[in-house]
Design a protein around this ligand. Structure first.
Ligand code: SF4
Ligand code: SF4
Length: 391
């Protein structure tokens, strides 16, 4: 990699980390503050995966002016991460302007794409717009009737990304009862790692967001892919939700969709998630702190076998908030479970000391929040000062 590009990539990675720490601090600071929003700038897709219920072949892109209003509103609500999804978002002619606006607010910009429309020029445009993360799901090695999101078809795009992308790339492979060739998931994950990308494995869910137990062979492939991810803070090492689901076990958790996570459809309505549209179905422009508080408290009946991992990740923030010592301990234990030689890194030891064991932890947290320049959002309840840990 040329020195200039290598330096830019490193600096951008540092800046991403800074904003992620800021996101974490913001989520710890305030309970009913949205963390992650998924927005749909276009419902149309250039593919037609047989399992998908999130696309059509006809809808027009949402006008840029409308998308910018939605992003401004999400920023005002205090959202830390905006994921652009679809349909296929690369079909939106002004996608880069949407990303620029997200970054203008200091928010982390993530894109989910099937990558078919990527070219070296488009990758450069995404670099210039300030994209932080790109996630590509690859379903198989060779295209078939179920999906054309295939390693062989996308290989050249992946090589361009490895060469040119200044954003982080994650390749998601998929397992599930309906997957015909589960070995493909391992091939995809290994290729992703060889190209220097992150790799994750998703468990296919049905049209209501529900996942089902994996057959034995798929289960061992799942564990093998998990071991490919080595970072101690990697979600792969702490995905107890997925761990239970692949065994056919329910999860006891409180889904905070509508509060910590917002799904904004192409019509600008807030929904719990892509698979539970219609709840609450309130226009984003009218969404208020009271709505967030109300949705935060609602118990979702679809939660025990839910396979929507991005919503579960936001819920984990509340578990950390409520039981930081226990969660940190579990993180270390699970990491040891996949690597018996694992030694707790210095950074984790420092975090444990600074935030969990030190009697002055509250003062340290406040100083940390000030250092990060966090401010209260417009939706913060009256009387709650910035930097206070309000429940
Ligand atoms: S590429 Fe994505 S949005 Fe398009 S049909 Fe397939 S899963 Fe659905
Ligand atoms: S539990 Fe939450 S994220 Fe999962 S399907 Fe239900 S509403 Fe969606």
């Amino acid at each position: 990699m040329p020195v200039g590009k290598s330096l830019r990539v490193r600096l951008r990675a540092i800046d991403r980390r800074r904003r992620e720490v800021r996101m974490f601090a913001a989520a710890m600071q305030q309970r009913a503050r949205p963390v992650l929003a998924q927005i749909i700038p276009i419902r149309r897709c250039n593919l037609a995966c047989s399992y998908c219920n999130e696309f059509d072949h006809s809808s027009e892109p949402v006008p840029l002016s409308e998308m910018l209003v939605r992003i401004d509103k999400l920023a005002a609500l205090g959202v830390s991460v905006v994921t652009i999804s679809g349909g296929e978002p690369l079909l939106h002619p002004q996608l880069e302007d949407i990303i620029c606006r997200i970054r203008h607010h200091g928010v982390i910009a993530t894109l989910i794409s099937n990558a078919y429309l990527l070219s070296p020029q488009r990758i450069q445009a995404l670099n210039d717009a300030g994209l932080d993360y790109l996630q590509i799901s690859i379903d198989n090695v060779e295209p078939d009737d179920t999906s054309k999101k295939s390693l062989r078809v996308l290989e050249r795009k992946l090589e361009w990304l490895a060469r040119d992308a200044e954003f982080s790339v994650t390749i998601n492979s998929v397992l599930g009862v309906a997957v015909k060739d589960p070995e493909d998931a391992l091939t995809v994950a290994r290729r992703a790692r060889a190209l220097g990308f992150h790799s994750t494995v998703g468990i296919a869910h049905d049209g209501a967001g529900q996942s089902h137990a994996l057959p034995e062979r798929q289960f061992s492939i799942y564990q093998e892919i998990r071991r490919l991810e080595t970072g101690v803070f990697s979600f792969a090492h702490y995905d107890r939700f997925q761990e239970n689901l692949v065994r056919g076990l329910p999860n006891a958790w409180h889904c905070r969709a509508g509060a910590r996570f917002l799904y904004i459809c192409e019509d600008g309505l807030v929904h719990w998630c892509s698979q539970q549209r219609g709840h609450p179905g309130i226009p984003l422009v009218d969404y208020k702190h009271e709505d967030i508080e109300q949705q935060y408290a609602i118990v979702k009946e679809c939660a025990p076998f839910c396979g929507i991992s991005c919503v579960q990740q936001t819920a984990m923030l509340d578990e950390i908030r409520e039981n930081p010592r226990g969660m940190l301990q579990q993180l270390i234990e699970r990491r040891r479970g996949t690597d018996p030689n694992f030694r707790t890194p210095l950074l984790l030891r420092f975090i444990a000391w600074a935030f969990l064991e030190n009697p002055r932890a509250r003062a340290l947290q406040k100083a940390f929040v000030r250092l990060l320049g966090l401010h209260s959002t417009k939706t913060q309840p009256r009387g709650a000062a910035a930097g206070t840990l309000n429940r």
